[in-house]
Design a protein around this ligand. Structure first.
Ligand code: SAM
Length: 351
């Protein structure tokens, strides 16, 4: 990714507005499937792994927020989707959650999940209050849509979302503004997004314009030159053609975040994060629970040898290296190749 290239290759206004529509209609169309169907998926362990990673990240950040002495914890879930993280917020005992997403159907499902969670909760359990907002957060200003105009957040969580906004500088900045503007001093902006370096490295190593395996495929339109904004690629997972995504050149994001008084405190590839966290007894035991739900129905048994490179090693191998017992099921080599594209980041608002 070249730093010296500007915004001049970013799409026209027409394409910019079309992209939001594409993203919304793609996610609106995705069906909510039950656990049984999910467990037959070839990316079952990858989904569980990603959920484990988000649980660990969210748990650790909540601990920091509590240590700082904040009594009422408010969270913004930016690009909440169908509410896959609602349980994590419930476990974390937060007080208020604002869920925002561009896809109206997903926001409705998220709200129904929340209502159901509240209905089924124990009588002595206090479930957080919540607001649900349908908005293109890379175009519209969120604070204006808040029920409580004065609301400030302890955390903004943006999981697997930020890369959609890197279509143009304006969009990336609006998304960042929505994420950071209403954070309390000391508050956190956390998230997960593909690592542009990793994507470009794999593309450059490929003899075509795409790379991947039987579970995922990444396709670019050209290679050799990578504009800072609007550098589009397609990511398809499990043969579902996905909406276009954009490379997030991380040093640029870090630079842009300074406008909102945000300092990068952590950035790790998924593989590094996993290696570090799996050593912790509590995180490991959560991983065991999350990976042991169903037997893995994949024909290759889900555990292949690696090509010797650390970042391609399976979760099982990392556990072996760390000298800990691996989870009962584990990611297949193909799933690991897909998930090891991502990175996790934490920004903190300076006081
Ligand atoms: N955060 C959820 C999770 O971790 O399960 C959902 C992740 S899903 C891969 C990406 C989500 O980002 C989708 O729900 C999509 O609608 C949302 N999204 C993409 N662009 C957006 C935008 N401009 N504004 C708000 N949400 C957006």
């Amino acid at each position: 990714v070249r730093e010296d290239e500007g915004d001049d290759e970013s799409p026209t206004k027409k394409q910019v507005s079309d992209h939001g529509v594409k993203v919304a209609s793609h996610y609106n169309k995705l069906q909510e499937v039950g656990l049984a169907a999910r467990s037959r998926s070839r990316i079952f362990f990858m989904r569980n792994f990603n959920n484990w990673l988000k649980s660990v990240l969210i748990g650790e950040i909540l601990e920091k927020v509590r240590k700082a002495g904040n009594s009422r914890v408010c969270v913004l879930d930016l690009g909440c989707g169908k509410g896959g993280d609602l349980l994590k917020w419930r476990r974390g005992g937060i007080d208020h959650l604002v869920c925002a997403d561009i896809a109206a159907v997903s926001v409705e499902q998220c709200q129904s999940r929340y209502d159901e969670m509240k209905r089924k909760s124990y009588s002595n359990e206090k479930i957080f209050s919540a607001q649900f907002i349908t908005a293109d957060c890379s175009k519209e200003s969120l604070p204006e849509k808040l029920d409580d105009a004065e609301l400030m957040f302890d955390i903004c969580s943006c999981q697997f979302v930020y890369h959609y906004s890197f279509e143009s500088e304006q969009k990336a900045d609006m998304m960042l503004r929505n994420a950071c503007e209403r954070l309390k001093p000391g508050g956190f902006f956390i998230g997960t997004t593909p690592d542009a370096y990793e994507l470009v490295k794999r593309l450059e190593a490929s003899d075509s314009l795409s790379f991947g395996n039987e579970v995922f495929k990444v396709s670019f339109q050209s290679k050799g030159s990578y504009p800072l904004f609007g550098c589009q690629y397609h990511f398809s997972l499990e043969e579902v053609v996905d909406v276009p995504e954009f490379l997030v050149y991380f040093p640029l994001l870090e630079h842009m975040a300074k406008r909102y008084n945000m300092r990068l405190v952590m950035k790790q590839r998924f593989s590094e994060f996993f290696k570090e966290k799996v050593r912790n007894e509590q995180h490991r035991s959560l991983m065991m629970k999350m990976m042991a739900l169903e037997p893995y129905p994949c024909e290759d048994g889900g555990q292949q040898a690696t090509d010797g490179k650390d970042e391609y090693a399976t979760a099982q191998e990392h556990c072996k290296k760390a000298g800990v017992r691996p989870p009962l099921g584990t990611l297949s080599q193909s799933e690991w190749e897909a998930t090891s594209i991502y990175l996790v980041y934490v920004f903190q608002k300076m006081s």
